[in-house]
Design a protein around this ligand. Structure first.
Ligand SMILES: [Zn+2]
Length: 352
């Protein structure tokens, strides 16, 4: 039985990278290994829980009392009130007790401020990474420690997979004395992420019922910012390309877990070699968390979705990093991209 006392560090596999890069699929596969739990985007714990409270309030539910924080505005339109187990977060056997023990009853979300957990890039650079971590290590660090220790205690997992994706929150986590973090950089062809964002996506539990579409240039800026920052802050951390992951999902998942140094058991597979997805307690993330049955990863063909102008915008604006990660300049859907020589590479081997 794992020891989750205050003396032992919490093992966290932290997935970072642009949105729509397949992190939810990777997290769901990792969640099937015994001893591993995927918990979604912990950085947004405050917004997701407030979305749940706001929607309860609009239904006239008695449990709608809470003290909002600076991230509350529009929370119910941006984040689902539902956990991956399909229950409202307050009724989930994992997030319900965590909300009570960490934020109180009725909850006060102000300790998890937007500014502390998700600072602007300019501010981060101006303040200096060391000073930012030191400032937030005291207030946010204490609350975060309670969240992750409760997650470990309630799930009895030896590895917690957090797919918050933002490099800055990963940087903050890595500098916490109570956390032992393996950062993983996930990268996808930016034309693939732009194609995924080009259509609204149905998402149960969000006011309005779907995530809105985003323009190609918005996706490019997000992609560039996150990939460049992760490159800079996590040079020696493993890199996984989405295209390689969908080609060999089990191989990638096992190699990442091996890199944590903790032994865990792989999931059972059916006669066709497929992994059955069980229920999960993924917070926020992508609506793929609700999928049930066999894990199915279909390589999408962005070249059929993305219009020529959008394709030009994304290709031109991400060019230097596009080539660095081995993506073709123009032709070819992502499943025809040349595979990496190694499925999971360490950045240090590239001289980074
Ligand atoms: Zn749940």
């Amino acid at each position: 039985m794992p020891d989750h006392g205050r003396g032992q560090k919490v093992k966290i596999l932290y997935i970072m990278g642009p949105t729509r890069s397949g992190s939810t699929l990777l997290a769901r596969l990792l969640n099937e290994y015994r001893g591993v739990v995927s918990v979604g985007e912990v950085v947004s714990i405050d917004v997701a829980l407030q979305s749940c409270r706001m929607q309860a309030r609009s239904r006239g539910d008695a449990r709608s009392t809470f003290v909002p924080n600076d991230a509350a505005g529009g929370a119910s339109r941006r984040f689902s009130a539902l956990c991956g187990c399909a229950l409202p977060l307050q009724d989930c056997p994992v997030w319900g007790p965590i909300e009570k023990s960490v934020f109180g009853d009725p909850p006060d979300y102000s300790p998890w401020s937007w500014d502390a957990a998700r600072p602007g890039l300019v501010r981060f650079l101006l303040e200096g990474s060391g000073r930012w971590v030191e400032r937030n290590g005291r207030a946010l660090g204490e609350v975060a420690e309670s969240v992750y220790r409760e997650l470990a205690r309630l799930t009895q997992a030896r590895i917690i997979v957090d797919d918050s994706k933002t490099p800055l929150y990963g940087y903050f986590l890595r500098h916490q004395p109570w956390a032992d973090v393996l950062p993983v950089r996930l990268v996808r062809d930016p034309r693939g992420t732009a194609a995924s964002w080009s259509r609204a996506k149905p998402y149960a539990g969000i006011d309005g019922g779907h995530l809105p579409a985003h323009a190609a240039h918005t996706c490019s800026v997000d992609w560039l910012k996150r990939v460049a920052l992760a490159d800079r802050l996590f040079k020696a951390s493993p890199v996984v390309r989405y295209e390689d992951f969908i080609a060999s999902p089990m191989q990638i998942a096992t190699r990442l877990l091996d890199a944590t140094g903790i032994e865990v058991e792989p999931p059972d597979r059916d006669h066709a070699g497929a992994v059955r997805l069980s229920t999960n307690h993924i917070l926020a993330s992508n609506p793929d968390k609700f999928e049930r049955g066999t894990l199915s990863i279909k390589p999408p063909d962005w070249s059929k979705v993305l219009r020529t102008r959008a394709r030009l915008v994304v290709t031109a604006s991400t060019l230097p990093l596009l080539r660095r990660y081995g993506y073709a300049l123009w032709d070819g859907p992502e499943h025809r991209s040349p595979p990496f020589r190694e499925l999971v590479r360490r950045g240090s081997e590239r001289g980074g």
